[in-house]
Design a protein around this ligand. Sequence first.
Ligand code: BV8
Length: 238
Amino acid sequence: RLASARHCMVLTGAGISAESGIRTFRDTMEGLWKDFDPAALATQEGFDAAPALVTRWYDWRRLGCAQAQPNPGHIALAHIESALTGRGGAFDLFTQNVDGLHQRAGSRAVHEVHGSIARWRCTKTGREFDPGPEAFAEFPPPSPWGGLLRPGVVWFGEILPQEVLDRAEQVLDRCDVFLSIGTSSQVYPAAGFMELAAVRGAFVIEVNPMETPLTRTAEISLRGRAGEIMPRLAEAAF
Ligand code: BV8
């Protein structure tokens, strides 16, 4: 199926970065953050109520993402993209992750549905700010243009980037294979992509060590870790 795909659409979640040492939302928060609920911190309300705490959390995660390395799961997806597009096929990777590891693994057609933790912006002007490799000196970080700096991620209650939603709509209409990798399929609208792909006739494959609420939507659900299954899938297909 994968080898003969005309247009492969992929949705990844935090699970594909787990083997790079980046904790998923579902994992219990340890150490410094054990008393906090990520779903409460990843909101405008959380930021408004405690901007220093929220920006400190994001800056700590941002530095962790920058230190992390792509794992065999990320790398296998980059190989699948090259193999498919090399034979005239099409490939689009939508990720819920904000860690940038797909791009660092060599994936090209990457659409960040929930933004990026590396890109921050001014709360007053909306202008983008590149924090660079060091931690912010103070929290909440002041913006050079007035106001504060916030992470360029999509918080709960915020809409996804329109250009990403538009691209997803186009690809959902064309894809004949849909891969869902390392996501608990609980956060919408991204989780809905898998259901829409199935309804529109794509062959849906799920890769996850556990069942998800959308496992029944998949034709095949491969029970295992992305770092182990994806290289085998790439090997078998190309
Ligand atoms: C929207 C970026 C509306 C930030 C994230 C009430 C109020 C407001 C909104 C809502 C509401 N009720 C419902 C909603 C909608 C809400 C939603 O879906 N909530 C859920 C909880 C019910 N959605 C939203 O708010 C979205 N926006 O709806 O706007 C709107 C509409 C119009 C106008 C205005 C507003 C925006 C959602 C985006 C939130 N931002 N991330 C940040 O990173 O801090 S979500 C974040 O959590 C991740 O991006 C991911 O998408 C999600 C889940 O995280 P995790 O669970 O950690 O990761 P994942 O799901 O991937 O689970 C890990 C999986 O990996 C597991 O299945 C595990 O088994 C597996 N795994 C583990 N190890 C491995 C593995 N798999 C493979 N290999 C391994 N080794």
